[in-house]
Design a protein around this ligand. Structure first.
Ligand SMILES: Nc1ncnc2c1ncn2[C@@H]1O[C@H](COP(=O)(O)OP(=O)(O)O)[C@@H](O)[C@H]1O
Ligand SMILES: [Mg+2]
Length: 264
């Protein structure tokens, strides 16, 4: 591997001294069979900063290999506002909803890995080798009807599965919808997700303007964002799949003002 001068990898215990009785334990004991994996050891993961799959507001995603399997490795952008321990929590918040989810249209979470100080806590997921729906649409619009209809069905099935599990994604958009082999839809990026059953679940706002429902623009003023917010957003995505234009920011602002005035 090139780019970083070296691949990330090597025994995680090399940098931090741990009791030898613990480090000699096998990473998965028989009692853990069936328990979802959380920790990926640095010795099992390699990636190169030359092999970038994409970037978003939160991080950069690289192609990597975990125990021989091609994967995606998400590294958070260095933050000036958050201390390292706070950034760890941000990563774990993103991982939390993915931990128990298993669905053909939800990106598979494989674990988190702390390889070194520079990269912090990294999120490892299945590789979606056909990239994001955003990039795919940019090159392949208009979609043939059979592909378009399958995309619509698979996106709806993924969202339905999340909602059935009490999870509101709250940042659905073509950049967060990925395509695996054979163009299978995989919903990803759970950074804004909230558990709708948790009464303490807070939503600080944020998202992508063109796709935001009015309540996600100002959650203090309007009702709490919920699974209904995803349905609003889904409307915009499905319209785009059918050849519609992306809703302009100013239109979103007008929608917000209309709802805010109505509720005032
Ligand atoms: N599992 C993956 N397989 C392939 N590409 C990915 C994967 N995860 C992310 N990407 C690429 O990286 C981009 C940013 O990833 P994302 O998780 O949305 O980051 P952010 O939280 O910063 O928005 C995506 O739009 C996509 O192009
Ligand atoms: Mg994203």
């Amino acid at each position: 591997m090139t780019g970083m001068g070296r691949s990330v990898g090597g025994p995680v215990g090399a940098q931090h001294s741990r009791p030898s009785s613990r480090s000699s334990l096998p990473s998965r004991t028989p009692a853990m069979a069936g328990v979802p994996r959380l920790v990926i050891y640095a010795r099992d993961l390699t990636f190169s900063e030359d092999d970038k799959l994409g970037r978003g507001g939160f991080g950069v995603v690289y192609r990597g290999v975990f125990k021989g399997r091609p994967v995606a490795v998400k590294v958070a952008h260095p933050s000036e506002e958050l201390a390292p321990h706070e950034q760890f929590i941000e990563v774990l918040r993103e991982v939390e909803p993915m931990f128990h989810l298993r669905h053909p249209n939800i990106v598979e979470f494989l674990g988190v890995c702390a390889a070194d100080e520079k990269h912090g806590l990294m999120i490892v997921t299945e590789l979606c080798e056909c990239g994001s729906l955003d990039k795919y649409l940019a090159k392949n619009r208009p979609l043939p009807p059979d592909v378009r209809d399958r995309f619509v069905r698979e996106i709806c099935e993924g969202v339905q599965y999340l909602h059935d599990h009490g999870i509101a994604h709250l940042d659905l958009k073509p950049g967060n919808i990925l395509l695996a082999k054979y163009l299978v839809i995989k919903i990803s990026d759970f950074g804004m997700t909230r558990n709708t059953q948790r009464t303490t679940s807070s939503f600080a706002g944020g998202g992508t303007y063109n796709f935001m429902s009015p309540e996600t623009m100002n959650p203090e003023k309007l009702v709490k964002p919920s699974t209904k917010s995803d349905i609003w957003t889904l409307g915009g995505i499905l319209s785009e799949l059918h050849g519609g234009q992306r809703i302009h920011k100013s239109t979103c602002q007008t929608h917000y003002e209309m709802v805010a005035d109505r509720d005032a």
